[in-house]
Design a protein around this ligand. Sequence first.
Ligand SMILES: [Zn+2]
Length: 155
Amino acid sequence: MSAGQENRGDPSAMGAAARWVQPEAPRPEPTPDDAEFFAAAARGEFVLQCCPECETTRHPPRPMCPRCHAPGGVWQAASGRGAIYTWTVVHGPTLPAFVDELPYIVIDVQLDEGPHMIGRLRGCTVADVRAGRRVEAVFEPGADGLALISWRCVD
Ligand SMILES: [Zn+2]
């Protein structure tokens, strides 16, 4: 590795005396559009944004309704429940922070309110996963005060 070149986590490139340091998992950086979503999640509350004009529920949060193009949105308590729409099993490559968790399951949840949300499925094996299986949100608080939402099967 030449000077100025960054080691991107390959332990074989670090030399025999180098120590392997597990990088931290990336964390969300809330924006004005999704700050309330993350603030609610940190309180253990599951909320979705709703159009003030046509009442369409949407996710991810954004400044304008994708259906009627009305600006703004109203935050409403939501069920935090849905059904597995589709999924993938991640065997790698993945970020170094997640290598110890391979293989892991990422699901697309169709929320009971309509929108879809992507997240990790916890507590299930690949054999447990099927389309339509009921799931509920799990809040995973971090040291940074934010909480990530993952999913667990409830049926
Ligand atoms: Zn609308």
